[in-house]
Design a protein around this ligand. Structure first.
Ligand SMILES: NC(=O)c1ccc[n+]([C@@H]2O[C@H](COP(=O)([O-])OP(=O)(O)OC[C@H]3O[C@@H](n4cnc5c(N)ncnc54)[C@H](OP(=O)(O)O)[C@@H]3O)[C@@H](O)[C@H]2O)c1
Length: 321
């Protein structure tokens, strides 16, 4: 389809057709295929490549990016500040609930207390170079994989939401999302105005199906992390499933693209944030938006066993947030 036959709602601020079509995140109209920036930590020694990748995603019609202060202790946020311009119209989604822990056994530590959430928002504003972060996920520690809260890091949800809504009233954040939560916590949080949920979810990890359906009903965006099964070698990978590789062979695409296409077709409120440090994989992930799965293929993929219970990050791995 040529650009001038696409309705404006399907174009990014820079006039490119939105990757994967058009989706909704609260009051934001965005591409259904976004980008998870965590993998950019790996490009610490190659800043120019990281910046080029971020410019490329704008050219590809991707207009939402997931980040955190603790991705490379501000490194990834600073890349976003340098690479993205206001006129690109990219919605930046960050998260609070953990702080960088440089030099520690793992590079982040829980920071769940209300004053820590506020301080983390301030850190994000500085490293992103923004006056307001469009969306901030409260990254709880209710569900895995990853860290669990202990001691004074076990904080009541209402106290956290009071801090988040105050930050929204002050204009420091535009909207509130949740991450790593249970359905019960999501239900309790609804009055605060939750626009998105970010839990671990993919074709091979589908424990949260009921929560996903609840989000469809509430018009809350479902933005799964680890959509491909993550980068940790010990975690089950979408691309390793025989039904996925068979579908890829018959469709002439890659297994990763099948996994992303399945997510897009699975529910209308899905917005993707696959992570990559490779421009070729970024191209492939955006092209997954053009892959259509027929009914028989969807049925074969739906029958894949969910491995959520097997998820293990590995002894030498870090928290996935
Ligand atoms: N809220 C939270 O607690 C939380 C937790 C974890 C992650 N996140 C967010 O979610 C995003 C996605 O999660 P993730 O990056 O950990 O995992 P993911 O997207 O499931 O997988 C990333 C892994 O897949 C590879 N990959 C990506 N595209 C590929 C393709 N087309 N073909 C083959 N391999 C491909 C990447 O390697 P290459 O770099 O070589 O492409 C990387 O090893 C993160 O980037 C982060 O922004 C949020």
């Amino acid at each position: 389809m040529v650009a001038n036959s696409v309705s404006p709602a399907h174009l990014t601020a820079t006039g490119v057709a939105r990757a994967g079509g058009t989706g909704t995140m609260g009051s934001h109209t965005v591409s259904r295929i976004g980008y998870g920036a965590m993998q950019l930590e790996r490009l610490h020694a190659d800043r120019d490549t990281a910046l080029a990748l971020l410019r490329h995603l704008v050219e590809l019609g991707v207009d939402h990016v997931d980040t955190a202060q603790f991705y490379g202790n501000g490194f990834v946020n600073e890349l976003l500040q340098d690479a993205l311009r206001p006129e690109d119209g990219v919605v930046v989604v960050s998260k609070v609930g953990a702080d960088p822990n440089p030099g520690g056994p793992i590079p982040l530590r829980p920071a769940q207390r209300p004053e820590q959430l506020r301080a983390s928002v301030e850190d994000n504003l500085t490293s992103l170079g923004l006056d307001q972060i469009p969306v901030v996920n409260l990254r709880r520690l209710d569900t895995g994989p990853g860290l669990r809260a202990e001691g004074d890091q076990v904080v009541d949800l209402d106290d956290q939401l009071a801090a988040m809504t105050a930050l929204r009233e002050e204009g420091k954040i535009g909207a509130i999302g949740l991450s790593s939560v249970t359905l019960e916590v999501l239900r309790r949080a609804l009055p605060a105005g939750i626009i998105c949920v970010q839990n671990s979810y993919s074709l091979v990890s589908r424990d949260d199906e009921e929560m996903l359906r609840f989000c469809v009903g509430e018009q809350i965006a479902w933005m799964p992390f680890f959509p491909l099964g993550g980068a940790f070698p010990t975690m089950p990978k979408v691309a390793d499933e025989p039904a996925v590789t068979a579908a890829a062979r018959s469709l002439g695409c890659t297994p990763a693209q099948v996994g992303l296409a399945w997510l897009l077709q699975h529910a209308p409120n899905v917005l993707l944030i696959p992570g990559t440090a490779s421009a070729d994989h970024l191209d492939a992930n955006v092209a997954a938006g053009t892959v259509t799965l027929d009914e028989a293929t969807v049925a074969a993929l739906d029958a894949v066993r969910s491995h959520s219970g097997d998820v293990r990050l590995g002894e030498d791995s870090v928290d996935p947030a």
